[in-house]
Design a protein around this ligand. Structure first.
Ligand SMILES: Cc1ncc(COP(=O)(O)O)c(C=O)c1O
Length: 306
């Protein structure tokens, strides 16, 4: 997504459930001149094909990617800006981990445990890979934990296989932990974590056992976010609540064991544009989702033969 800066026109396909749940994020993009369309839309072949089958589709990141890639592929003057998953995006975000290393050095500390949340994998890889690099060099032994939503558990329950990055199969195949490119995750408020796959580099690192993954339910994530806000004065984004839940679980584990550990986690976004989700949480309107086993099995049955 780029906006009307530098004379560029900007078109955003925003996952329909997020379009409805996060009106202020949409308004922010529009304020900067972007035109924002709820996906799936009737503007593209990909969107129309989905709507023909599922007129009430909530959308998914895989579908929104298909729509954006299709528009870019059909117009030589249009470029598609990728926000996660591919390795160069992960590389850009390593500024988080590199800066954390320097700040911790200034503080005279080093993490025993590191926690991040995973959607496409970029903020997690951004904070974790500089520390995993040090582990691999034998300079440290930080335990690294990725936290994902139980409603979209690509790392903990997905298959490590070649799959498409989008629902309409316009992208190249990548080897990743996947729930199947046609899987449409339940409409949890952590919209940024509703992606069927995982960055190939993150998937490879999990396969090598360089970090652990765990899944948390939506209500536990929000309970952690509210606890964090009341203690620290910062309201986290629903996505970041997963990392907060992971960090609190690690702290409670220390308490149980009677040991002290330094825990570093990535607060990857504030929740100021997501207050509707906190309103709904406080009103008791949010729910947990069971592992959608049948839908995932159906989506995995469609994996491309490689
Ligand atoms: C605040 C926030 N955190 C995390 C993510 C997940 O993306 P990634 O796993 O690529 O960091 C998103 C995605 O939109 C997000 O908005």
């Amino acid at each position: 997504m780029a906006c009307a800066f530098f004379g560029m026109e900007c078109k955003v396909y925003m996952v329909r459930v997020s379009y409805n749940q996060k009106p202020y994020r949409r308004a922010l993009m529009e304020t900067f001149g972007a035109s924002v369309t709820a996906s799936p839309s009737s503007e593209t072949d990909s969107g129309r094909a989905i709507l023909a089958q599922h007129p009430d589709s909530t959308g998914s990141l895989g579908i929104a990617i298909s729509e954006a890639v299709e528009v870019a592929a059909k117009d030589a003057s249009t470029k598609y800006a990728l926000g996660s998953v591919l390795n160069h995006v992960l590389l850009h975000q390593t500024v988080i981990g590199l800066e954390s290393l320097e700040q911790l050095e200034m503080a005279g500390d080093y993490p025993d445990v590191l926690v991040g949340c995973t959607g496409g994998g970029s903020n997690f890889a951004g904070i974790a890979t500089p520390f995993i690099g040090r582990n691999l060099e034998g300079k440290a032994k930080t335990r690294v934990v990725a936290v994902e939503p139980a409603a979209c558990p690509s790392l903990t329950r997905g298959k490590f296989a070649y799959d498409f990055g989008d629902t309409s199969h316009l992208t190249p195949l990548v080897k990743m932990h996947t729930l199947g490119s046609t899987f449409v995750p339940p409409g949890i408020h952590a919209g940024g974590l509703r992606y069927h796959g995982m960055a190939p580099l993150v998937s490879h690192m999990l396969d090598l056992g360089l970090f652990e993954a765990r899944a948390v339910q939506q209500l536990d994530a929000f309970a952690a976010g509210v606890q964090f806000a009341r203690a620290e004065g910062i309201v986290p984004a629903p996505e970041a609540n997963h990392a907060v839940a992971g960090a609190i679980a690690e702290a409670l584990q220390c308490k149980e064991e009677g040991v002290s550990r330094s825990i570093l986690f990535n607060l990857c976004g504030h929740g100021h544009f997501d207050m509707q989700s906190y309103i709904d949480y406080a009103a008791g309107k949010l729910q947990n989702y069971e592992y959608p086993a049948e839908e995932i099995a159906a989506a995995l049955a469609g994996l491309p033969p490689v």
